[in-house]
Design a protein around this ligand. Structure first.
Ligand code: COA
Length: 260
């Protein structure tokens, strides 16, 4: 497995844990880190040993406290556009990954950190986590998809509120708004993520990947999601796992899926 300067990668039982490892800067995302995230998520796509992934932050204080403010303070208009587009490309890769990707949010998830969590398929948060898009405090707006994904996840009204006030919200509020799937104690955070992924990894992998595609299609303007669903449904019906799943049900046994 490739080595990284700002990430720690650990593969265990098919789950790749990707830890953003800049604890002294509250895991803020500088350009190098975003580049490394791209390589790490590409490994998730390419390596058949990897069945799922978890993003988390080093230490107990922060998931990711945003894009690196020291770096963005020096952006010009031209650089800023490519900065935003490159970050969006990486986060889109996470969102479109056909293997399940969770965010284990273990502290501050602000700005780019909230955007990273939102690019994941689900979010589990420890009860000390705080979420927010505080960019307006810096004379900025989110640039890694935050205006879009926050609105998709919690609706226009609440998204407008959080984006315009820059307020931080608790993990409990984030769950109430639909931003977070589960809230745990800090000690239960990682085990809860593993439990959730193990449940999903027991299902047919092809079907899981197609669920991700179809749900994403709701938010893809040039795609007819119903057509994507019909095509994906047909694809499932031609798979070995579909035969196995239906036979196992009829034979009253557990299915053994192979991903084919
Ligand atoms: N970019 C760069 N460095 C950051 C950072 C960011 N987004 N967030 C935190 N840091 C750095 C701080 O500069 C500090 O570094 P230093 O020790 O070299 O001075 C270190 O991380 C610790 O942060 P600090 O502010 O001292 O911790 P705190 O507990 O007092 O406050 C936060 C925590 C998260 C409330 C505060 O760090 C903060 O507001 N961060 C910025 C959040 C933000 O605006 N994100 C969106 C960016 S677009």
């Amino acid at each position: 497995m490739a080595s990284f300067e700002n990430l720690l990668l650990q593969l265990q039982n098919g789950i790749l844990t990707i830890t953003i490892n800049r604890e002294d800067k509250l895991n803020a995302l500088n350009r190098d880190t975003v580049r490394e995230i791209k390589h790490a998520i590409q490994q998730v796509y390419d390596d058949p040993k990897i069945k799922a992934a978890i993003f988390t932050g080093a230490g107990s204080k922060a998931f990711v406290a945003g894009a690196d403010i020291a770096e963005i303070s020096e952006l010009s208009e031209v650089n800023a556009r490519s900065f935003s587009e490159q970050g969006q490309e990486v986060f889109n890769l996470i969102e479109r990954c056909t293997k399940p990707v969770l965010a284990a949010v273990n502290g501050f998830a602000l700005g780019g950190g909230c955007e990273l969590a939102m690019a994941c398929h689900m979010r589990v948060a420890s009860n000390n986590a705080r979420f927010g898009q505080p960019e307006v405090n810096l004379g900025l707006i989110p640039g890694y998809g935050g205006t879009q994904r926050l609105t998709q996840l919690i609706g226009k009204s609440k998204a407008m509120e959080l984006l315009m006030t820059g307020d931080m919200i608790t993990a409990q509020d984030a769950q109430d708004f639909g931003l977070v799937n589960f809230v745990t104690t800090p000690a239960e955070l990682y085990p809860k993520c593993v439990e959730l992924l193990e449940k999903i990894m027991n299902k047919a992998p092809l079907a899981i990947g197609l669920v991700i595609d179809c749900v994403n299609a709701v938010y893809t303007k040039d795609e007819n999601g119903y057509q994507t669903e019909a095509n994906s449904f047909a694809r499932c019906c031609s798979s070995e796992d579909f035969l196995e799943g239906t036979n196992a049900f009829l034979e009253k046994r557990k299915p053994a899926f192979t991903g084919k």
